[in-house]
Design a protein around this ligand. Structure first.
Ligand SMILES: [Zn+2]
Length: 188
């Protein structure tokens, strides 16, 4: 576990509360964390939550956006984003859909969760929501450079394993869904 802790805390050297040095050591539950020797602050590394939105139109086409930022810049993906602390997951999904596609929508149901790899946060816990469009005009925005509907049988390569999983859940497709180690090695 020491090796894992060294990886997770490799960029964390100083306490964000008092500025003293952090040390990797066991906490009261005997789990290795980065702990401040001076003030006792404990820095946790947790999975980061994210939301993804799956919309199918009347022609059974899926709404995708082309990513304008890393990770996976230039690839197609479901509208998605990291969860904001001041919003519920549902509010997050509605806001991300609006920001990235210009469309208003409502949640029809929760699809599933997916525990995936993040090159920045190591682990991302994605929550998939099925939504339907209620208004707005389709136009790529925010961190998306394009947004459009694709027929299910002519999808481009999809950026994230989590999104492929949600698409599989809702369409019966069998897109490859692999995961990665915390070091970013693909798990076959
Ligand atoms: Zn401190």
């Amino acid at each position: 576990m020491k090796e894992l802790a060294n990886l997770l805390y490799k960029d964390a050297h100083f306490c964000q509360r008092c500025g003293n040095k952090l040390e990797i050591k066991a906490d009261f539950e005997h789990k290795l964390r980065a702990i401040c020797e001076n003030c006792g602050f404990v820095l946790y590394r947790n999975p980061i939550p994210a939301v993804a939105i799956l919309v199918l139109n009347e022609q059974n086409e899926i709404l995708l956006i082309k990513r304008g930022i890393e990770p996976q810049i230039g690839m197609w993906a479901l509208p998605s984003g990291y969860a904001e602390i001041f919003m519920t997951p549902e509010e997050n999904a509605i806001a991300e859909l609006k920001e990235e596609t210009g469309l208003d929508g409502e949640i029809t149901r929760f699809i599933d969760w997916f525990f995936g790899y993040s090159p920045i946060y190591y682990r991302v816990l994605s929550l998939g929501f099925r939504m339907q469009i209620t208004g707005g005009t389709l136009k790529a925005g925010d961190d998306a450079t394009d947004a459009r509907f694709f027929p299910i049988n002519a999808l481009p390569e999809i950026a994230f394993a989590a999104h492929r999983h949600f698409i599989n859940c809702e369409t019966g497709l069998k897109l490859k869904v692999n995961n990665y180690t915390l070091q970013g090695e693909p798990i076959p």
